[in-house]
Design a protein around this ligand. Structure first.
Ligand code: TRP
Length: 447
C-alpha cells in the first residue's frame, strides 16, 4: 500500500487545526450568541467550557487519531478490534455531513457578500435597505445555490491536493492573513465614539440572564468552535507523526480559537453599540449590521472588502476539515481514489446543501421537529451530535484504552518530559470530569 499522506511540520499541524477551529463559528456564530445570551456572562461560561471540557475532548480525539493513524471508522477498529466502537466513527461521518451541509450555505453567503463589497453595494446607510438585501440574498432560490457551489468547489480543490500539498499549504498562508485583518477591523471598531458600551457588554457579566439553555448554547458553541465531537481533530491527528506534542498543539489551537472569537467580538460589539443597534440582532448581525456600519465609516468600503474576504477564508479553512473526515473514511474504507471519494461526498453534500439553502425561502415551511432544514442541521449537530461524539471520545480514551497507552501518547512515546501533575490532571479530566459535565449539560439542556 502506498504510504499514507501526512503533515510535514508541527507548524503545519497547528495551522491546519487552528484553520479548522477558527471559522464562521468565531466570526458569525459567536457574536450573535453573545448578543442573544446576555454578553459577558455567556463569554465566561464559554471560556470555562473550552478549557475544562473541550480541551480534554480535543486531547482524546487527537490521541485516538494519532495512535491509530486511520480514518474515524478504522481508528476505533484498530484500537478496539472486534467491538462495536467503530459505529461511533460512523456517527462522526454523519455529523460532519450535517455540518458541512449548512456550513457551505453560509460559506456561499460570504462569497456573495465579498462580491457585493468589491462592487460597492453597501453604500446606502439604511438598515432596512441592507436588511432586505440580506433577506433577498438568502431567500432567493438560485443565486445562493450558485455561490454555495463555488464555495464547495473551492473546498474540494484544496482537499483534492491532499494533506501536505493542500490543507497544510493553504492554511499556513491563510491563517496569518486572517489574523491581521481581524485585528485591523477590531481596532477601527474600538476607536469609534461610543464604543465603550460595547466593551462593557463584552466584559461586564450579568449572571441573572443565565438559564439551562444558555449553558447548552455555550457548550454547543465550545464544541462547534473548536471543531470537536465529529472526528475532525481525530482525522487531522491521524496525519500527525509520533514526535509532535499533542497537549501543546491542542492548547495552542484552543488559545488561537478563543483569541479569534474575542477579537471578533471586539470587532463587532463596539461598532454595534456605537451605532445604537441591538446586539441581539441574531444571525443577521454580521451580514446586516456590519455593512450598515461600514457604509458610514471613512474607508468603510475598504473595510467591508477586507471583512468579507476574511469571513470567506475563515470558512474555507474550516470546511476543508469537515470534508476531509468524510473523504478519508470513504477513501480508506472502500479503497477508492481521493478524487472519487470527494466526488461522492459532494454529491450528497450538494443535496443536503440545497435543502438548507432553500429552507431560507422556498422551503421555509417544511419542518422537521419544528425546525426548517437549515436550523435542523445546525442545531442537531452543534447541540446534540457534537456533545455526544465528544462524550464517546473521552469515554473511549478514559475507560477503554489503557492508561499507559494514553500517557505514551501525551509524552510522545516517553521522549517528552511532561509535568506529572499535568498528565494526571488531563487524564482524570478525560476519565471523569468531561463525560460527567457533558452528560449533565446535554440532558438538562434537552429537558
Ligand atoms: N470550528 C469551525 C468554526 O468555528 C467549524 C468546524 C470545522 C466544525 N470543523 C468542524 C464544527 C467540525 C464542528 C465540527 O467555524
Amino acid at each position: 500500500m502506498a504510504k499514507r499522506d501526512s503533515f510535514a511540520s508541527g507548524l503545519g499541524v497547528l495551522a491546519a487545526m487552528a484553520g479548522s477551529a477558527v471559522g464562521l463559528g468565531n466570526l458569525w456564530r459567536f457574536p450573535y450568541l453573545v448578543g442573544t445570551n446576555g454578553g459577558a456572562a455567556f463569554i465566561i461560561i464559554y471560556l470555562a467550557f473550552v478549557f475544562l471540557l473541550a480541551l480534554p475532548i480535543m486531547y482524546s480525539e487527537f490521541i485516538i487519531g494519532r495512535r491509530s493513524q486511520a480514518n474515524v471508522f478504522s481508528a476505533y477498529k484498530v484500537l478496539a478490534p472486534g467491538t462495536k466502537w467503530c459505529t461511533v466513527g460512523l456517527i462522526y461521518v454523519l455529523a460532519s455531513l450535517f455540518i458541512i451541509s449548512f456550513y457551505c450555505v453560509v460559506g456561499g453567503w460570504t462569497i456573495n457578500y465579498f462580491w457585493k463589497a468589491i462592487t460597492f453595494q453597501f453604500s446606502v446607510a439604511d438598515t432596512s435597505v441592507l436588511g432586505s438585501m440580506f433577506n433577498n440574498t438568502v431567500t432567493s432560490s438560485v443565486e445562493p445555490l450558485v455561490y454555495m457551489l463555488i464555495f464547495l468547489g473551492a473546498t474540494a480543490l484544496i482537499v483534492m491536493a491532499g494533506i501536505k500539498d493542500g490543507i497544510e499549504r493553504y492554511t499556513k498562508i491563510m491563517m496569518p492573513v486572517l489574523f491581521i485583518i481581524v485585528v485591523v477591523v477590531a481596532i477601527r471598531s474600538m476607536t469609534l465614539p461610543g464604543a465603550g458600551a460595547g466593551l462593557e457588554f463584552l466584559f461586564k457579566p450579568d449572571f441573572s440572564k443565565v438559564t439551562g439553555n444558555t449553558l447548552l448554547n455555550a457548550l454547543g458553541q465550545a464544541f462547534f468552535s473548536l471543531s470537536i465531537g465529529c472526528g475532525t481533530i481525530m482525522t487531522y491527528g491521524s496525519y500527525v507523526n509520533k514526535k509532535e506534542n499533542i497537549a501543546g498543539l491542542s492548547a495552542e489551537t484552543a488559545i488561537t480559537d478563543t483569541t479569534f472569537a474575542i477579537i471578533a467580538g471586539l470587532a463587532i460589539m463596539p461598532a454595534v453599540f456605537a451605532f445604537g443597534i441591538s446586539p441581539a440582532e441574531g444571525p443577521g448581525l454580521v451580514f446586516v449590521t456590519l455593512p450598515y456600519i461600514f457604509a458610514q465609516l471613512p474607508f468603510g468600503a475598504f473595510l467591508a472588502i477586507l471583512f468579507f474576504f476574511m469571513l470567506f477564508i475563515a470558512a474555507i479553512t474550516s470546511s476543508i476539515s469537515q470534508l476531509e473526515v468524510i473523504v478519508s473514511y470513504l477513501k480508506e474504507e472502500f479503497n477508492m481514489s481521493r478524487k472519487l471519494a470527494i466526488f461522492l461526498s459532494l454529491a450528497v453534500i450538494v443535496i443536503f446543501g440545497v435543502l438548507c439553502s432553500l429552507s431560507q425561502g422556498t422551503l421555509a415551511d417544511v419542518k422537521i421537529f419544528g425546525l426548517n432544514f437549515f436550523d435542523f442541521f445546525d442545531q442537531t449537530s452543534a447541540n446534540i451530535f457534537l456533545p455526544l461524539g465528544g462524550f464517546f471520545a473521552v469515554i473511549f480514551v478514559g475507560w477503554k484504552m489503557k492508561k499507559p497507552d494514553v500517557v505514551d501518547e501525551f509524552t510522545s512515546g516517553g521522549t517528552r518530559k511532561l509535568n506529572k501533575f499535568f498528565v494526571n490532571f488531563s487524564y482524570y479530566s478525560i476519565k471523569y470530569l468531561a463525560p460527567i459535565v457533558v452528560a449533565v449539560v446535554l440532558i438538562s439542556g434537552l429537558i
